[in-house]
Design a protein around this ligand. Sequence first.
Ligand SMILES: [Fe+2]
Ligand SMILES: [Fe+2]
Length: 189
Amino acid sequence: MLKSQIIRSVEKLVRDACIAPGNPYGERYWRYHIQIVVKLAKKLAKQNNVDAEIMELAALLHDYGQVIDPENAKNHHITGAKQAKIVLLKYNYPTSGIKLIQKCILSHRGSTNISKTTKEERILADADAMSHILNLPNLFYYAYSIAKMDVGEGKLWVKNELEKCWSKMSDRSQKLVIIEYKAAKLMLN
Ligand SMILES: [Fe+2]
Ligand SMILES: [Fe+2]
């Protein structure tokens, strides 16, 4: 199978999982999170001379663990890395690529403190954080519509998420979204 076909198949797999009946992530997660992380990861890949195809697959699969198992979201970096291997092996994807994609997924969360030793891991974590900073309505939607927080609670939660995202980013990526970050902080204070 051509690599472009593998990407299209993985794209379909993740989108179908998001929009599966009863899945709490739904179309919103696909459109306002996964697709944005993919776009940003590809952009950062180009800027950093990194393989854009690897980054696209890592971005597509980075939250797959929680999309297929919402109850176990806290370990989604671990389950996601395992699932990525299972999915990519079906397409006979090169082992070195699978290992790198797994590393990216394992270390993408700021809260895990797993050290990043490759540019690719840095890019995925940055793209994930940037996608939230550039997309505050999605965080508000989660706070108010899904988690049913009240106004103050939701505002505080979004503010904490914003800070978490900011602090996990590299200096280089922070510079790319500093205006949006400052504007969001101003609005939330
Ligand atoms: Fe995640
Ligand atoms: Fe994510």
